[in-house]
Design a protein around this ligand. Sequence first.
Ligand SMILES: [Zn+2]
Ligand SMILES: [Zn+2]
Length: 425
Amino acid sequence: MRIAIINGRVLDPAQAAEEPVVRPVFIEDGRIVAALGADADRTVDANGLYVFPGLIDAHCHLRDPGYEYKEDIASGTASAARGGFTTVACMPNTLPVCDNAALVHYIREKAARQGKARVLPIGAVSKGQKGQELAEIGLMAEAGIVAISDDGHPVETSDLMRKAMLYASQFNMTVISHCEDMSLAAGGHMNEGVWSTRLGLRGIPDIAESIMVGRDCQIAGYTGLPVHIAHVSCRASVRLIREAKARGVPVSAETCPHYFASTEQACDGYNTLAKMNPPLRTPDDVEAIIEGLADGTIDIIATDHAPHHNDEKDLEFALASNGIIGFETAFGLGFTLLVKTGRMSLKQFIAAMTVKPAAILRQKLGSLAVGAPADVLVADLERPFAVDKRQMLSKSRNTPYDGMTLVGRPVLTLYEGRITHDELC
Ligand SMILES: [Zn+2]
Ligand SMILES: [Zn+2]
């Protein structure tokens, strides 16, 4: 299929351009080309719209295999495509855990058959994510994992984390660290502070996260091996990462839209849609997250898309599951709260959702350069829209942003030249 996208304002941070430029983008046989060999099968008039590389999510949960009632690879990637994503990296906390090559093959084959986005599996650090012995990292690397993580759980011992970094780097991968000191966090349900006291809920202090961030930065500094910090939520972590980077420690970091869009106050009324791990923090933490994104301390924005069935959220707060879905709100939340407010440039924001996550996952993706896979997002950055969870394509509906007015709407997504989301025709 030959597609011409004309009249759009094109911005590709991988190609050093600072500002969007009106120019055509041509696609043939699934790749970006300089010119079409024959007439286009479809011409997309992107007048008034923006054209970016397809978004890349370095952290999501597709729940497949084992929890397909929450999400599966088909529904998860359809939701991702609607949100403008063309590549998603899925965490291994499935049932069974993705800690061996057979599971990696299962995910890749199912994604090749049913996926509306490229699915990059992340393998477990430890067998069964139990934190005891290392998983079959070499065999999983051969099978196609792009990183290792015990996400959902911390790697509790420093020794195992050191070994994980060593193994991962031998296979040109990074360890993605879910930072949580369980001795401080266990039994907690929300951020420890004024609101947890007011609501009478047991809290999780920010140091439960930052102590582990500090530990991982120290191990990375000592070994010289890279580590990527997942879902940074608080000022204390941002400060530690900034200091480590200044010393040349090979640490990278992500945050998620909810950590700059919401505070702990969202838990008021025992709203379980505001329950996540790490928990939503204070306004000062939100400010620190935005400062960290603006100065590059936090490299990327990932969704931590975490689908749950209603029955797992429609419970008393202490019993409800952690996490929210994120694919279909991430771009709008980021554009509205970071770019429209002037806190990040459009280029910084797009880079944090395209070429930078690609680099952390060691993938040559996230660019509209000639020859690259035709992963493209066309977005409307002007017309406000209301988030409507009934329209979402995820199997789950656990979002606290239903009804919120946002600007920044993906209207067309192409994955390897295939149209995976289309609001234009
Ligand atoms: Zn996590
Ligand atoms: Zn996660």
